[in-house]
Design a protein around this ligand. Structure first.
Ligand code: FAD
Length: 213
């Protein structure tokens, strides 16, 4: 059986994989980028709706491709980052094959053989640009009706949070209006802790209502 051969195989069509593709193209080196879903998939489906890029617009750039904006000190949206990375892939004419997942990597005659969802690919070099935070590490909390857990990659917005008794702001607002009522304040307090477990990508927002005392 003949299998496809490429000098360099890049696994992952995020900003790192595309940047590597650009640098190899500049050097005239043959390569292929395989992406299991779509270019910039993390920013499409693994970020919450209100997320803003954590660095100001003036600092956002990819090699030879500036980020266009009208507010240097603003913080852009995930959707704009998707557009930016997608436009970058087009700008550099990256040879990206979407919908191809690498499931295994083994030694081969040329160097490596990648097993993919669409057959095997032999490569002299492999760049693994699959990004950080591959596996969720979610704290093992008791499911006892007082705790709601959701992984950051699945969280989209407050509408996903359960209604009372898990989550109710109303008593907290009432308590703030009557500062003398210390007990009411304590009973209404809501603890929100973002626990970052062993893997920092596994940010599990753990929201639990505090017990009254
Ligand atoms: C909630 C959250 C917010 C963040 N906010 C910011 C921010 O504001 N600014 C910032 O600079 N960074 C931020 N980061 C970090 C961010 O992950 C990286 O900046 C960026 O996504 C890394 O790019 P990358 O190309 O290395 O990896 P990724 O963007 O993760 O891209 C990897 C790609 O590889 C693909 N892939 C994975 N496995 C396979 C496989 N087996 N076969 C084929 N394809 C595969 C994935 O589908 C993905 O498209 C954030 C991370 C998280 C979790």
């Amino acid at each position: 059986m003949t299998i496809e051969h490429i000098e360099t195989l890049i696994i992952g069509g995020g900003q790192a994989g595309l940047t590597m593709s650009h640098r190899l193209s500049q050097r005239g080196r043959p390569h292929l980028v395989v992406e299991r879903h779509r270019i910039a998939e993390r920013w499409r489906t693994e970020r919450w709706d209100g997320l803003r890029f954590q660095f100001p617009n003036w600092s956002v750039q990819l090699p030879d491709f500036p980020f266009r904006h009208d507010d240097p000190d603003g913080f852009t949206t995930s959707a704009a980052i998707v557009d930016f990375i997608t436009a970058y892939a087009a700008h550099i004419a990256a040879p990206v094959r979407c919908g191809v997942e690498v499931t295994a990597l083994r030694d081969g005659d040329a160097g490596f053989v990648a097993e993919t969802s669409q057959g095997s690919i032999a490569a002299n070099h492999v760049v693994i640009a699959t990004g950080p935070y591959q596996r969720a590490v979610v704290p093992d909390l008791p499911i006892d009706g007082t705790t709601f857990q959701i992984h950051a990659s699945r969280y989209r917005g407050p509408a996903q949070l359960p209604k009372a008794p898990f989550w109710s702001w109303a008593p907290a607002r009432r308590a703030r209006r009557s500062p003398r009522n210390c007990c009411a304040r304590a009973a209404a307090s809501i603890s929100v802790s973002a626990s970052i477990a062993a893997c920092p990508g596994a940010i599990a927002a753990t929201i639990s209502s505090a017990g009254s005392s």
